[in-house]
Design a protein around this ligand. Structure first.
Ligand code: AMP
Ligand code: ZN
Length: 501
């Protein structure tokens, strides 16, 4: 049947924030790559900045798989923190009830954007005893102290390597601490909270170290080590997490284990929207749901967010989304043409070479620090060359198989050709209707979605019948009705094809 490619004997070289260079990324146990990615804080719906980071982590997982490497990926859900407690208190709900819909929404959004689920999802509120244990160990090591009101802090002076990830020069601060440790009482801006003493009306847990709730950083240290051991292969997140969050995770964990928490650290650069930092106050802040309700397709959002390599700044624009929409359309049309055309048997050596080279360049670009932009380019070149060859009758069945195999690997990483966009849009509309946000649904989107696939099929069949009976007026009327609802008809020798615009 179709040509397949062996897992490429190529190693991914990924920039490592810790060493400041491109390092090979391989499973240290020779079996599966063990990775931890900081997940969402579930006090609101995810925005496109969050999803840019999660999508690049999804790309990483998929690239490893294409290279034949198994992955064990753990992601936390921060379901207790200052913002959650504050917002829950304002709405009068217990935090679990406040966060539940945002957790559901987050996973629905992951599905819409075609992100693969991590092997393990860990919720902070389900790991409180383990967090307390880690704080106790830090206290035994002399690295944690309790303040008068019952909170626990990490004593920065206990970890001289602090700053090694973010390369911030903190020597002045730690030196000063050694001279007078008392100075480090809670006045120190750098000693950070491990456990916050209970306050009236706030969620808290009983524990041997007092009643309270965990600090954010201890959550990740605890859950990462719980599922991946003291030392694992990769830790990832957005660039804002490098300092202080990841630096604090390193300090907490390594003080206790004396082993590197993670060998490799990956940080995804923040995006800009229309050239500016995304902010509600700037009016350029978008959740995934905002964009789906404006009528943009989930696949186009995915492609736009991943096409700029993760260490480069992406400037997200609506023009960029339209470009992504057109690019996907080109790929889908091409794949359909390849699958549906009857080709003569045989092969065109030039196209065989082109397919092999495109695949090699695709993998090589991804292996080079996940260069998604350079990985995309050869695929579109191959599409152009193949379309020309089909027009000239120079593409044969073996070429079709080779090219389909390239597209299969492309989609194993990019995942935009296989079309499930309508489902994502339909869910977003259902959500908006349930959440009293009908006004946000773009009118043309409503029209587009109001016709079900079955209704379209029925109209198409009726039109075919009308044409047979030479009732061209009715046939044209149906074509126009479908066009108004964003459905395009293509008449061909093999019958009528329809698709949504
Ligand atoms: P949060 O829900 O705020 O804890 O963030 C979840 C993930 O999204 C973290 O890895 C953040 O670093 C990342 N993130 C937050 N804002 C942005 C942004 N504007 N661009 C890229 N990544 C972001
Ligand atoms: Zn984290």
């Amino acid at each position: 049947m179709s040509t397949t490619f062996d897992p490429e004997p190529m190693t991914l070289r990924l920039f490592n924030t810790l060493t400041g260079q491109l390092d090979p990324l391989l499973p240290s146990d020779g079996k599966a790559l063990r990775m931890y990615a900081c997940g969402p804080t579930v006090y609101d719906y995810g925005h496109i900045g969050n999803f840019r980071t999660f999508l690049h982590i999804d790309v990483l997982r998929r690239v490893l798989k294409v290279m034949g490497i198994a992955v064990h990926h753990v992601m936390n859900v921060t379901d207790v923190d200052d913002k959650i407690i504050r917002n829950a208190a304002q709405t009068g709900l217990p935090i679990g009830e406040y966060t539940a819909p945002f957790i559901d929404a987050f996973f629905e959004d992951l599905d819409a954007l075609r992100m693969q689920r991590p092997e393990q999802i860990a919720r902070a509120t389900e790991h409180i005893p383990q967090m307390v244990e880690l704080i106790e160990k830090l206290a035994q090591a002399g690295a944690a102290y309790k303040t008068e009101e019952g909170s626990w802090y990490f004593r920065l002076a206990a970890f001289p390597e602090y700053g090694k990830l973010s390369k911030k020069d903190l020597t002045g601060i730690t030196d000063g601490a050694r001279i007078d440790v008392d100075e480090y009482e809670k006045d120190s801006a750098r000693d950070f909270a491990l456990w916050k003493a209970a306050r009236p009306g706030e969620t808290s847990w009983d524990s041997p170290i007092g009643r309270g709730r965990p600090g954010w950083h201890i959550e990740c240290s605890t859950m990462a080590m719980e599922y991946l051991g003291d030392s694992f292969d990769l830790h990832a997140g957005g660039e804002d997490l490098m300092f202080p969050h990841h630096e604090n995770e390193i300090a907490q964990s390594e003080t206790v284990t004396h082993k590197p928490l993670a060998r490799h650290w990956m940080h995804v650069r923040f995006l800009l929207v229309d050239g500016r930092k995304m902010a509600k106050s700037e009016g350029n802040f978008f959740t995934l749901r905002d964009l789906l309700l404006k009528g943009y397709r989930a696949s186009a959002i995915r492609l736009a967010l991943i096409s700029v390599p993760y260490r480069h700044q992406l400037n997200f624009t609506f023009d960029g989304l339209l470009e992504a929409t057109r690019a996907i359309e080109r790929l889908r049309n091409f794949q359909q043409r390849l699958s549906e055309t009857a080709f003569a048997s045989g092969e065109n050596p030039a196209l065989q070479d082109a397919a092999r080279n495109a695949h090699r360049e695709f993998i090589a670009a991804l292996a080079d620090d996940l260069n998604t932009a350079d990985a995309r380019a050869p695929i579109f070149e191959l599409v152009r060359a193949a379309n020309t060859a089909i027009d000239q009758g120079q593409l044969f069945s073996a070429d079709r198989d080779a090219i389909l195999a390239v597209l299969k690997d492309f989609d194993a990483v990019f995942d935009v050709i296989d079309d499930r966009d309508d489902e994502a849009t339909r869910r977003a509309i259902e959500w908006a209707e349930g959440a009293g946000r009908e006004a946000d649904i773009a009118p043309e989107l409503r029209a587009r979605q109001s016709l079900t696939d079955e209704a379209i099929e029925a109209l198409v069949a009726e039109r075919t019948q009308a044409k047979k009976q030479r009732n061209f007026a009715r046939a044209d009327q149906i074509r126009n009705q479908l066009a108004e609802n964003g459905v395009i008809l293509e008449d061909s020798r093999d019958g009528v094809r329809w698709k949504r615009k």
